[in-house]
Design a protein around this ligand. Structure first.
Ligand SMILES: [Zn+2]
Ligand SMILES: [Zn+2]
Length: 193
């Protein structure tokens, strides 16, 4: 009993991790809820951490790919993916705004246009965009299924229509991508850790 417990704890300690960091003003309740959501959906360990960047977050708008380039060389121990939640607005070439962007093993989601007077609605919107962008980092493309979280959203209304879950097809692609991390929880994408 003791041995089994000890073993499972060491695997947890060494587990492949999705890291969550935040920039601007992001409340810790949301960070914790978001970490819980990621753990539930992706079945990997999640850690909330922090990074200092030489950027002025009083600015209220950043180009998402420029912002992500600042995170390019950041690697935490056992990191599989890095998700940044930001309070400022983000945009991309050809888009006035975007809810989030994924690039290789990094993703950014902006809270700026997801706010709602009801906290549960706001949090659900954030979970959906987080799961969507993390889905991209695991190789998923946009999906036409109405309720699938991988459906592209151009407006907050469209975010509200979809669910935070993956459809059957997307889930099977995701499961294959996640399998090495779940099977060998100490596996790392980048540097040996
Ligand atoms: Zn997308
Ligand atoms: Zn789908």
């Amino acid at each position: 009993m003791f041995l089994a417990l000890y073993y499972s704890q060491s695997l947890n300690d060494m587990g492949s991790c999705i890291y969550v960091v935040s920039f601007g003003s992001v409340e810790s309740r949301l960070l914790i809820a978001c970490a819980k959501n990621i753990k539930e959906i992706f079945s990997l360990e999640v850690r909330i951490s922090s990074v200092r960047l030489p950027l002025n977050f009083d600015r209220n708008r950043y180009k998402a790919s420029d912002f992500l380039s600042h995170l390019r060389d950041i690697h935490f121990p056992h990191m599989v993916r890095l998700l940044a939640l930001v309070s400022f607005d983000i945009y991309e070439e050809g888009f006035n705004f975007v809810f989030g962007v994924a690039q290789e093993d990094k993703a950014v989601v902006s809270l700026f246009r997801l706010h709602h007077s009801e906290e549960t609605v706001f949090f659900e919107r954030v979970f959906k965009e987080v799961n969507h962008e993390l889905g991209h980092t695991f190789g998923l493309k946009h999906c036409h299924s109405q309720k699938c979280v991988m459906r592209f959203s151009n407006s907050v209304k469209e975010v509200d229509i979809k669910s935070k879950y993956f459809c059957k097809n997307c889930l099977s692609v995701l499961t294959v991508s996640l399998e090495p991390y779940r099977r060998y929880p100490w596996n790392c994408d980048k540097k040996p850790c």
